[in-house]
Design a protein around this ligand. Structure first.
Ligand SMILES: [Zn+2]
Length: 453
């Protein structure tokens, strides 16, 4: 018997109209639920609406952005003062119903516990993750080498999803180091590797010297990456595919709400949204600067705004996440339905050079297209706080192994010409291969020469 196509045939295969009806019904219930919370009641009032006013999709799109990281932090500080817990004034369920509270990595100072959940919320996110696992070819009984950073939301939220799915997880984590990862891979022969794209790149480079074999000889059948936009960059994706010679996928689940994973399309086609019944995200885009709604059509770029559709602990309503995404609405060659999302960068990463907007991922893509003349490792040098960059934009780029130094001038000209297509002309400082360092965690693309506040 052929395997079923979807984890949840009923929901994932719904017609557009049925799905829209379901989403609007759930949206109205979610708004009514949030309205009982004084924080949200106040926010709705300020924006000039009550839950009953939101009857159509157009009504919903007109609601302005109500939340962002800064407002979330304020909400946390206020609840510490008033209720002596750090979860936030927008906690909508009684705290006795909360069974966990996690935050993301990369936080300096006191984190915001954005991933605060009730038992029902955990059921929902298991369902969201399981839909992605199914599409990425994971099956009960698989063994997974888990090499994402431990102790963050991603890990804590994912461990129960693996357990319920029936997966044997080997939690070495990024901090376990590549030597241990390789040792345990030899012992347990996991079929699947979960890591960041930069860690996957790092393993391709390091495995030969640690184990005397190539990365693809570790025997993974699937490598699944998340946490950074790298997989959407054609040259990075190609490098990873060549290095592991197996199926590769990318997934994300911002706020454990907007679940999406890539597919088997020949060229990278973005991540298919798998749970439009649990949140609104990719179809609610705003301009990153003005926060005005943008019309969503195939290929459009904007900042995604998230609204929960079935969240009880810490629901989000019109939360501007700060991720700049490109949305594709055209049918995908793989045959799976739903809009697709490509992550372009963070709105905080936006650089403006002489009035031209450019994201680090675009610059990295251009530089990487010159591999093997360059190694692909590079830094963007910032002498002042972004987004404004005093021209010229300065880059440090590693030249490729064994390259003839007299060719660097010509190479620089070619990179500049290609960057010029994006209306930015950088200045390049050449550095030897390996000198920019490799990391097992997220790679920092900026070298900041200014003082952080
Ligand atoms: Zn597809």
């Amino acid at each position: 018997m052929a395997e079923r196509k979807f984890w949840n045939e009923k929901i994932e295969n719904m017609s557009k109209d049925e799905l829209m009806d379901l989403r609007m019904k759930k949206l109205r219930e979610q708004l009514e639920y949030c309205y009982k919370n004084p924080f949200y009641k106040q926010k709705f009032k300020e924006a000039g609406f009550e839950p009953g006013d939101i009857k159509t999709w157009e009504d919903f799109r007109k609601i302005p952005v109500l939340m962002n990281k800064e407002i979330e932090r304020k909400s946390r500080d206020e609840s510490m003062e008033k209720y002596h817990h750090p979860i936030g004034m927008h906690l909508c369920a009684p705290i006795t119903e909360i069974i966990g509270a996690y935050h993301t990595s990369g936080t300096t100072g006191l984190p915001t516990f954005s991933y605060t959940f009730t038992k029902h919320d955990l059921d929902v996110w298991c369902e969201g993750f399981h839909r992605m696992y199914w599409r990425m070819g994971l099956r009960a009984g698989d063994r997974v080498m888990f090499a994402l950073g431990m102790g963050t939301y991603v890990t804590n939220a994912m461990l129960p999803t693996f357990e319920r799915y029936g997966i044997f997880i080997i939690p070495v984590g990024a901090e376990g180091g590549s030597k241990r990862l390789i040792e345990y891979t030899k012992l347990f022969k996991p079929q699947v590797l979960f890591c960041t794209p930069s860690y996957a790149e790092y393993l391709i480079e390091r495995t030969p010297s640690i184990a005397g074999i190539e990365a693809h000889e570790l025997g993974f059948e699937r490598v699944i990456v998340c946490g950074e936009p790298g997989f959407g960059i054609p040259s990075v994706r190609q490098k990873l595919l060549d290095g592991f010679k197996c199926k590769m996928y990318e997934f994300w689940a911002p706020m454990a709400e907007a679940y999406g994973c890539s597919c088997d399309a020949k060229e990278y086609a973005g991540m298919h949204e798998v749970a439009p019944d649990y949140s609104i995200y990719a179809e609610d885009l705003v301009d990153p600067k003005t926060k005005e709604p943008i019309e969503v059509k195939d290929g459009v770029v904007g900042e995604g705004v998230i609204t929960s559709l079935e969240r009880y602990g810490l629901p989000l309503v019109k939360y501007a996440l700060g991720d700049i995404i490109q949305v594709f609405t055209s049918p995908c060659e793989c045959g799976y339905p739903g809009v697709r999302v490509k992550v372009i960068g963070r709105s905080d990463d936006l650089l403006i050079v002489k009035g031209v907007n450019i994201y680090p991922s675009t610059i990295r893509d251009v530089v990487n297209s010159f591999i093997p003349e360059v190694t692909g490792a590079m830094k963007i040098i910032l002498t002042e706080r972004p987004p404004r960059v005093a021209p010229p934009l300065k880059l440090k780029v590693e030249y490729g192994e064994g390259i003839d130094m007299s060719r660097l001038e010509d190479l620089e000209k070619r990179i500049k010409a290609k960057m010029h297509e994006h209306r930015v002309t950088p200045e390049i400082e050449w550095v030897p291969p390996g000198s920019l360092g490799r990391t097992e965690k997220k790679t920092q693309i900026f070298e900041k020469l200014y003082e952080e506040k």
